[in-house]
Design a protein around this ligand. Sequence first.
Ligand code: FEO
Length: 421
Amino acid sequence: MDFGASFDEESDNQCDKEEEQMHCVRKVTDDLYWVGANDKRLALFENIHPIPRGTSYNAYLLLDEQTVLFDTADWSVCRQFLDNVEYVLNGRTLDYLVINHMEPDHGASIEEILLRYPDVKVICSVKAEVFMKQFGFDASFVETVKEGDVKSFGKHQVTFVMAPMVHWPEAMVTFDTTAGILFSADAFGSFGSLDGKLFADEVDFDRDWLDDARRYYTNIVGKYGPQVQNLLKKAAGLDIKYICPLHGPVWRENLGYFIDKYDKWSRYEPEEKGVLIAYASMYGNTECAANILAAKLCEKGLTNVALYDVSNTHVSYLIAEVFKYSHMALLSVTYNLGVFPVMANFLEDMAALNLQNRTAAVVCNGSWAPQAGPKLVEAVGKMKNTTILNDVLTITSSLNGDTCAQLEQLADVICESVKGE
Ligand code: FEO
């Protein structure tokens, strides 16, 4: 992905400093180009989730007998996106704009496309047309499509597959049946800037992307597991060679690996046998108990343990981890006769995202009215198919001989449960 690359049919990227436009494109296939943009300045995705590695807003441009743009980009990168489109069009006009998803991180630049290419025909779902008007875009030519509709752009024929609630109700995905390319909207996306590496096989995905992909999925689409399952069932009937999501890398190899991850996440099945220990501590005593629990688990041979202070870990990371592991141990100090607020927020988020199929252990601390325990049990107990391993282990101010022994027993119970599953 060269910044300042000139268009050349024969190569992926070439630099030509004489070009006026500052373009940054990559070939996906011979006639399909990535024309999106990266944003490393944005601190919070959706103004809530930290993205220290930035994000990409992917859009794709097909040069067939007709030219077809698949989605647009966030307003923040509009200039780069428009330059990319103009550059790849190389003097041609834009014939079609396919809108798979209307959320403004992809739809915000629609108006600019309409202004620059006034004859463009917009293709979208019925609901997307409604949203387009709600967001104030007035396209002259809108063709709404429904499940299974087919459209030919010359050599390439596409079919439209509705994907409601992945992640908004208007969402659809478009499958290029000629080339086997799935334009998958938010599905199969990830946080993180591409930094030139468009394809998942150009990086060590597990090392460089998996954590961000999981955090993206679980926090953005995690609530809609059944709807993702519906989409996966439809996708199973397609001969997919490429997956082109709206965020993160494009997949052209080993697609089954990532599809399996999505299948697992959307069924709320843990990826790994292991324990997330999340603690809320005010003066270090609950933290001490969490550290001792982690040490005891490791001592007993259970080393797949992750330990987090909920007060200094953004909840989006906690959510990703609780989706990853089979077990969670929640330790909270009592605050205002309830669970410590940041832990309560984590529990609320778990419930909102429909987390289920987990096993939990609960520990509370309190100096005179340790009421966090029952509240923890109540919150975890509401999660579908989730088991609580222990009666609440209650610490009064700090660990003593008795509660230390109980912590040891709890470690045994957790180990047995993890190994037994
Ligand atoms: Fe990346 Fe739901 O938008």
